[in-house]
Design a protein around this ligand. Structure first.
Ligand code: SF4
Ligand code: SF4
Length: 113
């Protein structure tokens, strides 16, 4: 039986691969307001232009590019809304992970007692 090490943390290497993962980027109401303000848009306009329904139709998600990457990814690894990026983004991979994440994520494992 394997037991998760509670002291294990992942240090992001900013490869940008999680931003290219073709899945929902869930945004809460408060996050939408903050992102809209950050990009200088009215919240309703931002919702119309830059969000869609999540796969389970219960949340809002940021829209994707045609290749499945996040619309707010700029270049290889820059987030255009970095100061106000959603908790889903900052929480990966320490708070949550998607199936097969280790094959794409370049984060380094560290132990923090
Ligand atoms: S919002 Fe930023 S950090 Fe989050 S997936 Fe999009 S580009 Fe990546
Ligand atoms: S895939 Fe992993 S290492 Fe790359 S940016 Fe995302 S969290 Fe950081």
């Amino acid at each position: 039986m394997s037991i998760d090490n509670p002291d294990l943390r992942y240090l992001c290497q900013r490869c940008g691969n999680c931003c290219r993962w073709p899945g929902d980027v869930i945004v809460t109401e408060q996050e939408v307001e903050a992102i809209a303000a950050h990009v200088g848009m009215a919240t309703d306009d931002f919702v119309q232009q830059y969000t869609r329904l999540s796969a389970n139709r219960q949340h809002l998600s940021l829209i994707d590019n045609a290749d499945g990457s996040c619309h707010f990814l700029e270049g290889v690894n820059s987030c255009r809304i970095q100061p106000v990026k959603p908790a889903q983004c900052s929480g990966f991979p320490n708070q949550w992970k998607f199936p097969g994440w280790r094959e794409v994520c370049e984060a380094i494992e560290v132990t923090e007692p």
